[in-house]
Every structure is written in structure tokens, then in C-alpha cells.
Ligand binder design. Structure first.
Ligand code: ZN
Length: 187
């Protein structure tokens, strides 16, 4: 177990798709421990394997607050099986230190995955909760998608990125999200 270096926006591995895990081997167990240790060291609510340069479909989340006991959730080979509603909320990422911007997300999701022991589970997260948004954020990392690709305002996001000496938005990566736009316009 060790605290790993977190890749920063601009580094190539963050844009690469990750591979499925075929067996929850010792190597994967170690990866999970490294992710947890690194996430806690950086005070993040989530961390995905590609962020420490390992392109496997694994991420960890802990949305407990300082007053609550730790509550890590491990996701291996996750699949989002249901999604509905839409919400705009400010998000950040350990790979983008200090930069926060408004992004579009689904309000409700259902995800299935394997836990740290390789046992399948299904988890529902609703009402645009931190957990619902964190799962979508970390899930995206496994496909090389970053939160800024969901940004509400590209130019505002560019200004924020520049302020923290990060590269600008990659226009060709910006996502077209008609389903989310429709939901947001209905509200
Ligand atoms: Zn992130």
C-alpha cells in the first residue's frame, strides 16, 4: 500500500480507456488499497485507477464527512444500468487541483459493479447527491472522459483552468448531451 502520484490534466493516460478486470487478483487488491490510500491523502471523495496511471476499470469513492467514520466503496468493472433526471453542480477533480466548474450530470443513477472481494452488488444514488455525481465522475475516468467535458460554460471553464495553470478545455472532447439538456430545460 502506498500513496501514489496523481496524474494531472494534460497527461496522456487520463484520456486513455481502461481495461476490464478479469480476476480480482492480488494485483487488483493492491491497486484498490493504493487508490484508497491516495484518495484519503489528497482529501478527495473519489479516485479512479487511470488517475494513478493504471488503466483498469476500478475506482473508489468515500462521501463520508469529517464527523463520520470512513465509508469506502470499491467499484470494479462498474456499469451504469439506469439514469434519469438532470442536475447542474460544481465539481472538481484531484487531477485538476483547485479548479472547480459547473457540470451537467444525471440526478439519479443505478450502478452495478464488483466489490473489493469480487462480489457483485447494485447501488442506487438519487437526488443529485454527492454519491450520484461522484459515481458518474469516476465512471467517466474509465473511458478517458473528464468532468470538464460536461461543463456548462466552456469559456468560463477555460478561465478557471488558466487561473490554476492547467491546459484549456479540449473542444473536440466536449460532450453533446441532448438528454440532459432536455431535462434541464423542463425544470
Ligand atoms: Zn476526477
Amino acid at each position: 500500500m502506498a500513496v501514489k502520484r496523481v496524474l494531472q490534466y494534460g497527461e496522456k493516460s487520463l484520456r486513455e480507456p481502461s481495461k476490464e478486470v478479469h480476476k480480482v487478483s492480488k494485483k487488483i487488491t493492491e491497486l484498490v488499497h493504493d487508490l484508497l490510500e491516495t484518495m484519503y491523502a489528497k482529501n478527495g471523495v473519489g479516485l479512479a485507477a487511470p488517475q494513478i496511471g493504471v488503466n483498469y476499470r476500478v475506482f473508489v469513492i468515500d462521501v463520508s464527512t469529517n464527523k463520520e467514520p470512513l465509508n469506502p466503496i470499491v467499484f470494479i468493472n462498474p456499469k451504469i444500468i439506469k439514469k434519469s433526471g438532470a442536475v447542474i453542480a460544481q465539481e472538481g477533480c484531484i487531477s485538476f487541483p483547485e479548479a472547480y466548474t459547473d457540470v451537467k450530470r444525471y440526478k439519479n443513477i443505478m450502478v452495478k459493479a464488483l466489490d473489493a472481494k469480487g462480489k457483485p452488488f447494485v447501488l442506487e444514488a438519487n437526488d443529485g447527491s454527492l454519491l450520484a455525481r461522484a459515481i458518474q465522475h469516476e465512471y467517466d475516468h474509465l473511458d478517458g472522459i473528464l468532468f470538464i467535458d460536461h461543463c456548462v460554460n466552456r469559456f468560463e471553464t477555460d478561465e478557471i483552468l488558466a487561473k490554476y495553470h492547467l491546459p484549456p478545455v479540449e473542444p473536440e472532447k466536449l460532450l453533446d448531451e441532448p438528454e440532459l439538456d432536455k431535462e434541464l430545460n423542463n425544470d
